[in-house]
Design a protein around this ligand. Sequence first.
Ligand SMILES: Cc1cc2nc3c(=O)[nH]c(=O)nc-3n(C[C@H](O)[C@H](O)[C@H](O)COP(=O)(O)OP(=O)(O)OC[C@H]3O[C@@H](n4cnc5c(N)ncnc54)[C@H](O)[C@@H]3O)c2cc1C
Length: 563
Amino acid sequence: MIVESAKLLADRHMAPYFKEMDEKKAEYDGHGGVKTHPQLKIIIHEAAQQGWISGASSFELGGLQLPMMIFNSGQHIFQAANNGCQGYFSLTTGSAALITSFGNHQQIEMFVPKMFGGEWQGTMALTEPQAGSSLTDITTSASLREDGMYSITGQKIFISGGQHEACNNFVHLTLARIKGAPAGVKGISLFIIPKFWPQADGSLVANDVFCAGDFQKMGQRGYCTTHLVFGEQNNCKGWLVGEPNKGLTYMFQMMNEARISVGLSAASVAMAAYQASLQYASERPQGRLASEKDPLKPPTLIINHPDVQRMLLTQKAIVEGALSLVMECNRLTDNMHVAEGEEKHTNWLLLEILTPIVKTYAAEQGSRSAALAIQTLGGYGFTMDFPVQQHYRDLKIMSLYEGTTGIQSLDLLGRKVTMEKGKALTELIRTIEDCIRQADTYGSLQPFAKALKVELERVQAVTSHLTALMGSGDIDRSLADAAVYMELLSYGVIGWQWLKQATVAYTQLQSSNFTNQTREFYEGKVHTMKFFFRYELPHAEACAKTILNPEFLTNLRKREVLA
Ligand SMILES: Cc1cc2nc3c(=O)[nH]c(=O)nc-3n(C[C@H](O)[C@H](O)[C@H](O)COP(=O)(O)OP(=O)(O)OC[C@H]3O[C@@H](n4cnc5c(N)ncnc54)[C@H](O)[C@@H]3O)c2cc1C
């Protein structure tokens, strides 16, 4: 019922405005305001009313305590329908969660109900002109006032949803450095900086927060990306969240969830592009099969050409593989709430190692998938008359924000793989081995179970090679190919998701249990798994060869780049 209600909301209020919100993009008015599409107000209001901002939070806070798997199934539909508008309200969900986790009672009471009601927009304000990937270099500063609040000065750029017409207040969860705090990430604190301070009588008093511009972008053009200036009049008041100097740790809670959300977003947009290209291929006649020699025969539909089938199946393998991994992460998040002790810790370890992978695989391969959607349409795909070019443009940001692919790869190899003496990777491999054992009980799945086992051995060999390099102190060299390592591990992880789906599908096919889905649906899963193993998984071997090539030296690479 809940997922069905998401579809109704998306069909009625979001999908019809997908193209229009791109054409009538968000734009700065020159005076601190950002003009947005009028439909945005309706979308945020409806999403709030139907529980799509607060849905995953507790009953006490007005939420529905929805499991993340259900909550994000709805978000998947919104993202596929119109990803730019979904960003506004999911950002509020994330910032409200940050306040409820680390804020005090007064902060929760003052901000969260209005945020959940969709009246106030939440944002996350980290990036500064000189501090993008490197948050160590944040300079926005905070000094303690007599009333216990902080005076804030500085500026933040690229702040999504930072100013627009659909909400009447903005709650900026901002990273800043308290004067005298230690250098580096250990001296960063988290502040609530609202655009307007709510008063006891319900009125709003302006804070010294100014929107100085809105970045114009290649995609997500209805979703504003603002430049914020704090304390231009020396009168910007911020409220410390939690303890001083713990800001980045708090922010990481939101960022980890946000990274899984970006993975979801990328998989959803790529899914929309895939569906559009599948429909087009089923309707467009062009040419004849190579075996057809009679030029007078009517042209065949392009879906009958083997190369178009390859492009469609590649997209299906990527988007359904990525979506499956997103749901795996949501399942682990849900389990974290109920599990205890060792089981909870294992869940956490798995989430830690899968988070950079789900974000990066969905973003990078999702872009490739959307490019294939354009390719499937031929020249029409490149025109503004069809939606696939917009999906492609909207998708590109996913490999950039919430940590670029380069940064995610460093996080995976430099931190997640080595954490707790390699325990996260060991747990991941153990979990995949469980799946392999299950698949191995079905004769026709055995070749794929075996192929995945080989893949795991390859990952282990490459990991040992790289960790030995790290151990020898050659850190730059060992992390230089982190992005290739990311690709290698991603193929194995998505291979696991496909084998898992195919095992379930195979079980259903064997028992002829078609109460939830059709026979074709399950057959489609098994076929796509086979396709993934034949066309995608072999790329992993090339990644391993690249990393293990003894000739590679980082300083050589720099010389090559500059030559
Ligand atoms: C549309 C949009 C919306 C955004 N929304 C928000 C938001 O709401 N809030 C917010 O705070 N920020 C937001 N951002 C900022 C975004 O998170 C940053 O753009 C991103 O973190 C990268 O920072 P940068 O652009 O400064 O690139 P840089 O950090 O300059 O990176 C440039 C390149 O160098 C690479 N690189 C940098 N450092 C390293 C390293 N140590 N090792 C290897 N490679 C490295 C990167 O991978 C990248 O390829 C948004 C950005 C955009 C474009």
